[in-house]
Design a protein around this ligand. Structure first.
Ligand code: APR
Length: 317
C-alpha cells in the first residue's frame, strides 16, 4: 500500500541539499529521498540523518540513492544539483554548466513522477527555473524558484541588526531577479507594521539594501570553498511547509509571468500566494516610477539569461 506520507525528493546531496533534507526531516514533513550523481554520498548522508530520527523525534524515512526510480511519485522535488559559486564568480558564470545538469535532472524526475511541484534552487536561478519549465512541461503553478524568501530573509536580518530590534518583528519584500539587479522594496519592508522608511535614515536603508544585494557574495567571500547553505536550505523548507500544509502564505518567489508586472514568459521574483497547488496567485503590487524602473531593469537582465536557455535548447533540437 502506498504510504499516505508525502514524498519529498532532494536532488543534490551537497551543502544546500543536505540542509534541506535535515530541516525537512526535523519538521516531520514527509519521507525524503536524497539523490545525487555521486555514488555513496546520498546513501551515507541519508543513513546518518535517519540515525538521528530517534534523537530528533521524527518518523520520516530517509533514503539515499543514485537511481531516479527511487524518486517515483514524488509530491515535491527540490533541485539543488549543480556547481556552486566560487569567489569572484557571478551566478551567471554557472549558466551553461548548470543548465545542462538541471535539464537532465528534470527529464529524469519527470520519467518517474507525473505531476510534482518542483522547487528550483540551482543558480543562476531565474534561468534554471526557466529550463525546468521548458523541460518538464508542468503547469506554471507547479514550478517555483527559491530566491525571494532567501533575499528577504537577508534583508530582514540586516534591518534587525541595523535597528537592534527583534528579528521576528521584521517583514521584507525583495522582488526581481536573483542577482545583483534584485529589487529590495523599502516601502514594503516593515517592523511590526511600521515601514522602515519611517524608522531608518536613507543612509541606513541604502546600507542594508546594498548588503542584501551582495548577501550571497559576502558568504562566498568568507567561506571561500562554498556558497551559502543554511539560509537557502531554511528558505526552501519554509516553502515546502507552506505547500504541504496549504498555508496560503504570501511569499516572494520566482514565478512564471504571463503579463504580470508588464512582462511575459520569464521567471521573475514576485509576491505570490502559495498553497497546496504551488503558486495559487501572483500578487501585483502598486509600484512607483522608481520601483517600476528597477524591476524593469532586473527583468531585462533575467530575459537575457532566458534567451540563452532558449538558444541552448534550439541548438540541441
Ligand atoms: N545529478 C544529481 N546531482 C548532481 C548532478 C547531477 N547531474 N550534478 C551535480 N550534482 C550534485 C553534486 O554531486 C553535489 O553533491 O549537486 C551537489 C551540489 O552540491 P554542492 O556542490 O555542495 O553545492 P551547494 O552549495 O549545495 O549548491 C547547489 O544551489 O544555491 C545554489 O548556487 C548554488 O547552484 C548551486 C546549488
Amino acid at each position: 500500500m502506498p504510504s499516505p506520507r508525502k514524498k519529498i525528493t532532494v536532488v543534490g546531496a551537497g551543502q544546500v541539499g543536505s540542509t534541506v533534507a535535515q530541516l525537512t526531516a526535523y519538521r516531520n514533513l514527509g519521507d525524503i529521498v536524497i539523490i545525487d550523481i555521486i555514488d555513496g554520498i546520498p546513501q551515507g548522508k541519508a543513513l546518518d540523518l535517519q540515525e538521528s530520527s530517534c534523537l530528533q523525534a521524527f518518523d520520516s524515512l530517509v533514503t539515499g540513492t543514485n537511481d531516479y526510480k527511487d524518486t517515483a511519485n514524488s509530491d515535491i522535488v527540490v533541485i539543488t544539483a549543480g556547481l556552486p559559486r566560487k569567489p569572484g564568480m557571478s551566478r551567471d558564470d554557472l549558466l551553461a554548466t548548470n543548465a545542462k545538469i538541471v535539464q537532465s535532472v528534470t527529464e529524469q524526475i519527470m520519467q518517474h513522477s507525473r505531476s510534482p511541484i518542483i522547487i528550483v534552487v540551482s543558480n543562476p536561478l531565474d534561468a534554471m527555473v526557466y529550463m525546468t519549465k521548458k523541460t518538464s512541461n508542468l503547469p506554471k503553478n507547479k514550478i517555483i524558484g527559491m530566491a525571494g524568501v532567501l533575499d528577504s530573509a537577508r534583508l530582514r536580518t540586516f534591518v534587525s541588526l541595523e535597528l537592534g530590534c527583534s528579528l521576528v518583528d521584521v517583514d521584507a519584500m525583495v522582488l526581481g531577479g536573483h542577482g545583483d539587479s534584485m529589487v529590495p522594496l523599502p516601502r514594503y519592508t516593515s517592523v511590526s507594521g511600521i515601514p522602515i522608511t519611517e524608522l531608518m535614515t536613507q543612509e541606513q536603508i541604502d546600507r542594508v539594501i546594498e548588503r542584501t544585494r551582495k548577501g550571497g557574495a559576502e558568504i562566498v567571500q568568507l567561506i571561500k570553498t562554498s556558497s551559502a547553505f543554511y539560509a537557502p536550505g531554511a528558505s526552501v523548507v519554509k516553502m515546502i511547509e507552506v505547500i504541504l500544509q496549504d498555508k496560503r502564505s504570501i511569499l516572494p518567489c520566482t514565478a512564471y509571468l504571463e503579463g504580470e508586472y508588464g512582462w511575459n514568459k520569464i521567471f521573475f521574483g514576485v509576491p505570490v500566494m502559495m498553497g497546496s497547488q504551488g503558486i495559487e496567485k501572483i500578487i501585483e503590487l502598486k509600484m512607483n516610477d522608481e520601483e517600476k524602473a528597477a524591476l524593469d531593469a532586473s527583468a531585462r537582465e533575467v530575459k537575457k539569461t532566458c534567451n540563452e536557455i532558449d538558444a541552448m535548447l534550439a541548438q540541441s533540437n
